[in-house]
Design a binder for this molecule. Structure first.
Ligand code: ASP
Length: 504
């Protein structure tokens, strides 16, 4: 009996890592009723307090109760006045014990557990993927464009790609709006819960609003042209890199063959090396996914999911229909690829997207899967995927539509049809402007809110569950890119055979 028979396949290991991460993180979760206080007299842990008071000259200036860990931290960290901080005392009262007083407080923090301490392994994994993404996109797109050889062909593929992305985004938003109208999650929230969320997250919301995002289409188009391609590479600006790489690829075919051959084979070498590197990096994926998920679960206050249960369920229901109904339908409509096969080969992509919450970090894995397993030629994958990673965010667009409706409902706004159509347009554009990294979808949501006059500070209501929903929305964000690759390749009659064996 061969030893290899018992080898666990990589994607199975990743799924095991994910499940164990959830269990480990929930077991070693950060206690929501425990805090660490560093003061003049050293470090001390307090827990299960009945009241937690901040005093100045022995008079109470702020008092919190047992459920207020987050607000206590925000309150303390929000005090910028150093002299006030120095004067401040903390009095912690606990049933059946004498009160504890802390003076000259240096720091108040959550008590970390082993659940979050392993996270650096996951951070290294994300950094490795990000490290690979830029050279991979640049090199493979130069090679891809050079092999497409004529501008018309590139324009045709570009047009189809953007058309497909626009179609999936509008459908995604329509799904989001439908669910938000049927479930009406904002009408289920109590005024008390609303006030608590606003109190807890108003500072975070303000930091995001202060970033002053705006959406200017002309500026967006102008910015696609890099002033300095090396800066674009250094900044990881995918659209600028795509623009530069395509032009370089095209013009490499217009010069003397002897000169261009060496340049093209140089970039071919880089591209191959990067793909090989992704495959090697994926060997640490099970451990990295484990630590990333464990840290998120350990840190996440699941109490807030209860408060935002209907909102979270509305977003997740929309994302589920998008991923498991809309995408399979489009796959069936535009290609001959079997739905099951398409999803089977995506396992690694989905696990990486979910645990990193970043389409950019997932890009090298998506590229590898599209070329090696789905049979998409390099010239198509290397064009469609970086473009999709940057502009195509169906999950984010759907989430922004639901979030806007939710906040409007909580604030008592009834959005009419034309306002909801405005949401379709602005959410589609805001998703295009969303950078493929964690949490940016929430910032770009401000544009959608502004477009229909919903109070921007309403984002405070949903910040608490954003990380969880970000993980979920990143899945369709990356899946739609693979789908587009297969659809475009098959419309160009260039789709190779699906390779299931490598995914097994
Ligand atoms: N995390 C998402 C992505 O990378 C973007 C977002 O919605 O915040 O695709």
């Amino acid at each position: 009996m061969s030893k290899g028979k018992f080898k666990i396949k990589l994607h199975t290991k990743i799924v095991i890592g994910l499940i164990l991460g959830i269990l480990f993180g929930s077991y070693f979760h950060i206690d929501q009723k425990r805090l660490e206080i560093k003061s003049k007299t050293g470090e001390a842990e307090v827990n299960e307090w009945s009241s937690f008071q901040f005093l100045k000259k022995d008079s109470i200036i702020k008092s919190f109760n047992n459920d207020d860990q987050l607000i206590i931290l925000k309150y303390f960290n929000g005090i910028k006045d150093a002299s006030l901080k120095k004067e401040l005392k903390i009095k912690v009262e606990k049933a059946g014990a004498s009160p504890q007083i802390f003076e000259d407080i240096k720091e108040v923090s959550k008590v970390k557990t082993i659940g979050v301490l392993l996270k650096p392994v996951g951070d290294i994994f994300i950094r490795l993927l990000n490290m690979i993404a830029v050279p991979l996109v640049l090199a493979s797109l130069i090679v891809g464009a050079a092999s497409l050889s004529d501008v018309k062909h590139i324009a045709k593929i570009g047009g189809k790609t953007l058309g497909f992305y626009a179609l999936t985004a509008v459908l995604a938003i329509a799904i989001g709006l439908t669910f938000a109208n049927i479930i009406q999650p904002g009408h289920i929230m109590s005024p008390d819960a609303k006030q608590r969320l606003l109190d807890a997250y108003q500072d975070d919301a303000k930091t995001k609003i202060d970033q002053n995002v705006s959406l200017n289409i002309t500026e967006f188009l102008v910015n696609i042209v890099p002033k300095n391609p090396f800066k674009a590479i250094a900044d990881g600006d995918f659209l600028q890199i795509v623009f530069f790489a395509i032009l370089t690829g095209i013009f490499l075919t217009q010069i003397n063959k002897e000169k261009s051959r060496e340049v093209i084979s140089f970039f071919e070498g880089i591209s191959d090396a990067m793909i090989l590197l992704v495959e090697k990096v994926m060997h640490i994926a099970p451990y990295a996914v484990f630590t990333l998920i464990a840290a998120t679960v350990a840190e996440f206050g699941f109490g807030i999911v209860k408060t935002l249960l209907w909102y979270s369920l509305t977003v997740i229901a929309g994302l589920t229909v998008l991923t498991f109904v809309e995408y399979p339908l489009l796959l069936k409509l535009f290609t001959k690829v079997k739905i099951k096969d398409f999803f089977v080969v995506q396992k690694q992509v989905l696990a990486v997207a979910f645990s990193t919450s970043s389409s950019a970090a997932t890009l090298p894995v998506t590229m590898d899967v599209c070329e090696k397993k789905l049979g998409v030629p390099n010239k198509i994958a290397s064009f469609v995927l970086p473009l999709g990673t940057t502009v195509n965010m169906d999950g984010t667009a759907l989430y922004q539509a639901v979030a806007a409706m939710f906040i409007a409902q909580v604030y008592g706004f009834d959005l009419n049809l034309s306002q909801q159509l405005t949401i379709v347009l602005t959410a589609a554009l805001a998703a295009v402007g969303t950078a493929p990294v964690p949490g940016v979808g929430l910032i770009m949501l401000i544009i959608v809110l502004r477009s229909v006059g919903i109070p921007e500070e309403g984002i405070a209501l949903i910040i608490g569950v954003d990380r969880l929903l970000d993980m979920c929305r990143t899945i369709p964000n990356v899946l739609a890119d693979s789908l587009a690759c297969v659809v475009i390749a098959s419309s160009e009659k260039e789709l190779g055979k699906i390779n299931l064996s490598e995914s097994e």
